[in-house]
Design a protein around this ligand. Structure first.
Ligand SMILES: C[S@@+](CC[C@H](N)C(=O)[O-])C[C@H]1O[C@@H](n2cnc3c(N)ncnc32)[C@H](O)[C@@H]1O
Length: 229
């Protein structure tokens, strides 16, 4: 099963750092990320040229509240969004958001990206894209390695692997805020921290994925897009 303990799943320290608010007045499992309203519109604008006209399924790794997937599926009706997360509260939140927004019912997969992705994930594919936002810097390197290993196995031809978040570029931070964020992450857990785009490019190439784009985003974030041949 994809949730067997790899030692790389969210810990209480992770959940303490990533604490989405619960809307008590919703009366269901929906969680709400305070940064979602700021991140979502520019992400949709940046990814529309890549996903907007496409059909098929997208697998999201580490969906958190599930708000991104729901917003993306509303923005791109040809795409069926398959959320996943190893943390049960996040899976429940993603399902609740879909229900509340009257999106087609689709169970969120309990997936630890550092583990073998397993037959359940393969059966849900093949995927047009694998998407992950704000996951790999608040997780040990094994999670990034698992994504780079797992994505090519579940992507269809010309499928895309898309990362969103803060990254380093050739050993340098892209802004003072990111440098502080990185120091705070590493203080919480020495295995966490911003990853370098050059390392992702190299790791992806080793798994047969070529870099297709690096998109500058607000607040010194980046979208990285890799493509399967
Ligand atoms: C900072 S949150 C980002 C959530 C969401 N993607 C967003 O941008 O709002 C990090 C997410 O990574 C997930 N995560 C942590 N360890 C993971 C692992 N080993 N495999 C997959 N997801 C993981 C957490 O459960 C959490 O949902």
């Amino acid at each position: 099963m994809t949730t067997e303990d790899t030692g790389n799943q969210p810990t209480s320290a992770h959940v303490a750092r990533y604490t989405p608010d619960r809307h008590a007045d919703y009366g269901d499992a929906r969680l709400s990320s305070p940064v979602f309203p700021r991140n979502s519109p520019p992400l949709i604008a940046a990814l529309t040229p890549w996903l907007g006209g496409r059909t098929g399924k997208v697998l999201e790794i580490g969906c958190g509240t599930g708000q991104h997937g729901a917003a993306f599926e509303l923005a791109w009706p040809g795409i069926a969004w398959q959320a996943s997360d190893p943390y049960p509260e996040h899976c429940a939140s993603a399902e609740s958001w879909r229900l509340a927004l009257k999106l087609p019912s689709r169970d969120t997969l309990a997936l630890d990206a550092a583990a073998d992705w397993g037959p359940e994930v393969t059966a849900a594919g093949p995927f047009t894209a694998v998407f992950t936002a704000n996951v790999i810097h608040i997780a040990p390197p094994a999670v990034l390695a698992g994504i780079l290993r797992g994505a090519p196995q579940v992507l269809g031809p010309c499928g895309l692997l898309i990362f969103y978040g803060p990254f380093m570029e050739n050993g340098r931070h892209t802004g003072e805020g990111n440098a502080r964020f990185d120091a705070g992450l590493r203080a919480d857990n020495p295995d966490w921290g911003l990853r370098d785009i050059a390392d992702l490019r190299e790791g992806a190439a080793a798994e047969g994925l070529e870099m297709a784009a690096v998109l500058a985003m607000p607040a010194n974030n980046r979208v990285l897009i890799f493509r399967k041949p």
